[in-house]
Design a protein around this ligand. Structure first.
Ligand code: CTP
Ligand code: MN
Ligand code: MN
Ligand code: MN
Length: 364
């Protein structure tokens, strides 16, 4: 592998937002291994090591071909000794067969179950989903109850055709409420992925301040259409005077909802992704809707398009290289002491002095 330098920037920057990363991953053996380890460190709350392996995986995802020798890693950033050792041996991580890892992975696969709850259940000796459902002392919240209720459906991947069908349904629902709306399919599908774990859709009203009402009206309409299986609505807590947050992991403050929707097989040209569901005639799908004020639409779209690693590095780049603070709400220049407005994602890249990356190049 020849590590060249393209005009206009380093090909292997330490920042994911300076690497063009498509969905073609030629090092999936290594990146899978790194991501398993990252997840394992996340379960053990070792955030530094977790991030190190996520970064290492992200660098390998941007390579134009598979690594064929350890020497090739020497010119790459973000690959620590541990990561290089794994590449050298080429073995899959031992934690894969670890009972704790397997159980936490299983528990967190339920919608509404995070690492903390999974850990608590694991410590009390629970090892399977049946154990949890049979345990009288466990109080599942509404989200978790629905996570278990629809577990089979929502733990199966959503196809691009299914995502398109849902975008069409939501688009028509929005359109019926207000003809003046902006809407886009975002998240992994906007990055060109064939499959995802959910469908992320962003929309807003052209009239500033009406966006939250639109989201509420959409939810009401979905309920009326009989396709709303579950809804966790989070009202806006957006405060336009606040500086962008320092913590990436904090959620944004826009009005949003986490849904489970019913998708009919007849809505999907290619049919449903699973034969069983196709025979049944419908499936449940996890859908996220977010509705930012129109003047923040570009920031929210950029933030919700991901990937998570791409977003983390955009923020880190802004902070470290530009003395700017970026999040889903806006961009603040600490030197000029002012917010920088943006109507498009391109405007944000321009403010940051970064070459524009198409959504399909953000699969870091
Ligand atoms: N996101 C966010 N705030 C949230 C939820 C998600 O900013 N409250 C962002 C995430 O950082 C991510 C994007 O929205 O960049 C999409 O999140 P998610 O659906 O979890 O991931 P995808 O990349 O779409 O992957 P998948 O196919 O698994 O859904
Ligand atoms: Mn690639
Ligand atoms: Mn998604
Ligand atoms: Mn999502």
């Amino acid at each position: 592998l020849v590590v060249g330098h393209e005009p206009g920037g380093p090909r292997f920057s330490q920042y994911a937002c300076q690497r063009r990363t498509t969905t073609d991953n030629y090092n999936v053996v290594f990146t899978d291994a790194f991501e398993v380890l990252a997840e394992c460190y996340e379960f053990n709350q070792m955030d530094g090591r977790c991030l190190a392996f996520r970064r290492a995986a992200s660098v390998l995802k941007s390579l134009p071909r598979g690594l064929s020798s350890l020497e090739e890693t020497h010119s790459l950033p973000c690959l620590g000794g541990h990561a290089k050792a794994i590449i050298g041996v080429g073995s899959s991580p031992k934690v894969l067969s670890d009972e704790r890892y397997q159980t936490l992975k299983l528990f967190t696969s339920v919608f509404g179950v995070g690492p903390k709850t999974a850990e608590k259940w694991y410590r009390s000796g629970l090892r399977s989903l049946d154990h949890i459902l049979a345990d009288q002392s466990i109080q599942l919240n509404h989200m978790q109850q629905n996570g278990f209720l629809h577990y089979g459906d929502i733990s199966r991947a959503v196809s691009k055709a299914e995502a398109r069908a849902l975008t069409k349904a939501i688009g028509e629902t929005v359109q019926a409420i207000t003809p003046d709306a902006l809407l886009a399919l975002t998240g992994g599908f906007r990055r060109g992925k064939e499959f995802g774990h959910d469908v992320d859709i962003i929309f807003t009203t052209l009239e500033l301040g009406m966006e939250e009402n639109l989201l509420l009206a959409v939810i009401k309409s979905l309920e009326k259409q009989g396709i709303l299986l579950y809804c966790d609505y989070q009202a806006s807590t957006f405060d336009l005077t606040k500086l962008p947050t320092h913590s990436f992991e904090a959620m944004d403050h826009f009005a949003k909802c986490f849904l489970i929707l019913r998708l009919e097989a007849s809505q999907v040209e290619e049919g449903l992704n699973s034969p069983v569901e196709d025979i049944r005639g419908w499936r449940a799908v996890r859908v996220d809707l977010v509705s930012p004020p129109v003047d923040r639409y570009a920031f929210a779209l950029l933030g919700w398009t991901g990937s998570r690693q791409f977003e983390r590095d955009l923020r880190r780049f802004a902070r470290k290289e530009r003395r700017m603070l970026l999040d889903n709400h806006g961009l603040y220049d600490k030197t000029k002491e002012e917010f920088l407005a943006a109507g498009t994602e391109k405007d944000i890249f321009d403010h940051l002095g970064l070459e524009y990356m198409e959504p399909w190049q953000r699969n870091a």
